[in-house]
Design a protein around this ligand. Structure first.
Ligand SMILES: NC(=O)c1ccc[n+]([C@@H]2O[C@H](COP(=O)([O-])OP(=O)(O)OC[C@H]3O[C@@H](n4cnc5c(N)ncnc54)[C@H](O)[C@@H]3O)[C@@H](O)[C@H]2O)c1
Length: 357
């Protein structure tokens, strides 16, 4: 089935992924409605504010309408859904930080788990045929990937055994491991999105993100590692690495490649799907390697301190096995490599600094 999209509803529209999805569909001539209440500033302080991005979208896209709604407001969401009757929904609003959640467990769960349920049920009541894409996370696997055998290389840890050399597949266990409270609230949302797909036969999809990144991130220490790391390099600020000899590995995907996959799913939806969505093996990088790469781009030394204590439940090596996505959507591939991603983030921080000067 190829779906025609006239109106799309995007939650978290001022954030990294939400804003990229707004741009993607607005450029295609779709009427785009965004929901965001700048909760990111409340979670992370003024450095996390996404107002600048909301403003940019309003100025750039006449077909974009912003709605200042909290996704915890069940009635408000339902009323908006009834007035818009969208032909697709992309849910990116969240409390996104693994580390922040323990200090704000109710805000975290009410936003990530209950907020997702509010949106799902409003969709079921108003437009159950609309493709519903949910941004999930690799933290649903908890720290179970840390039980895999690893080998230590000069600048990174690497999977030692054959089943994992292409990365972590969707069949990996999400059970009986340490997730962080954030990971647990995202598991609740992920399972609920799958359930609305299977139980109500809705075209839902969970995208379990690796490190999603790009120039529109309002990176802060507690969320948006690459954006924050590059900001620290530019400002000669000290970056703290937590554990694993700074050889921990993450896969990074540009927000545009995420938006491009979202568009493909919406155009040709499936039911109750789950995909691991990251940069995959080719876009994986360790902390030490990331320091070297940004130094080569900015020409500035990376200043960092090392703490022996790893973050609770943090992955040693994680990269996504992209083969299921590529089998279901053969036209999709990673289009931005690590050097391009680093350059774009570097240039965007420089532009934002100049505009504030
Ligand atoms: N960035 C990553 O590395 C990454 C990795 C894996 C998964 N994800 C997931 O992808 C999604 C998007 O992440 P992101 O990096 O774009 O996050 P982000 O923080 O940049 O954007 C989220 C937006 O949602 C808004 N928001 C938060 N709570 C809200 C509420 N209660 N009501 C209305 N708006 C609210 C925020 O103000 C923010 O603008 C999240 O679900 C996140 O868990 C992100």
């Amino acid at each position: 089935m190829t779906k025609h999209i006239s109106t799309i509803l995007i939650t978290g529209s001022s954030g990294l992924i939400g804003s990229e999805v707004v741009s993607y569909f607005a450029a295609e001539g779709v009427r785009v409605h965004g929901i965001d209440n700048n909760q990111r500033e409340i979670f992370f302080g003024s450095g996390g504010s996404t107002r600048w991005n909301e403003q940019r979208l309003k100025e750039q896209y006449p077909s974009f309408t912003h709605h200042e709604i909290d996704i915890r407001d069940r009635g408000g969401l339902l009323r908006l859904m009834q007035s818009l009757r969208p032909s697709a929904i992309v849910h990116t609003a969240a409390q996104p930080s693994h580390d922040r959640a323990a200090a704000i467990p109710f805000d975290d769960f009410d936003t990530n788990a209950v907020g997702t349920l509010n949106l799902l049920d409003a969709a079921r009541r108003v437009c159950p045929e609309a493709p519903f894409v949910h941004m999930s996370t690799n933290k649903v696997y908890g720290d179970a990937p840390n039980r895999l055998a690893l080998v230590e290389q000069e600048s990174r840890w690497e999977y030692a055994e054959a089943p994992w050399t292409e990365g972590i597949p969707e069949t990996f266990t999400i059970d009986q491991s340490k997730h962080s409270l954030f990971g647990a609230s995202k598991v609740a949302a992920d399972v609920m999105v799958q359930e609305y797909g299977r139980y109500f036969n809705m075209p839902t999809c969970c995208l379990r993100g690796g490190c999603l990144t790009g120039p529109s991130h309002s990176g802060v220490e507690l969320h948006g590692f690459l954006s924050y790391l590059i900001k620290c390099n530019l400002e000669a600020r000290q970056y703290t690495v937590f554990g694993y000899k700074a050889k921990q590995v993450r896969d990074n995907i540009h927000a545009w490649d995420v938006a491009n996959f979202v568009a493909r799913f919406i155009t040709t939806p499936r039911t109750a799907e789950v995909y691991n969505l990251g940069g995959g093996k080719s876009n994986s990088i360790s902390m030490i390697e990331a320091f070297r790469l940004i130094e080569s781009i900015s020409g500035k030394p990376m200043q960092y301190q090392y703490s022996d204590k790893a973050r609770e439940g943090d992955h040693i090596v994680y990269y996504s096995d992209l083969r299921k996505m590529q089998a279901h959507y053969p036209g999709w591939r990673i289009t931005r490599d690590l050097t391009t991603i680093f350059r774009e983030i570097h240039d965007s921080w420089q532009r934002r600094e100049r505009s504030l000067a």
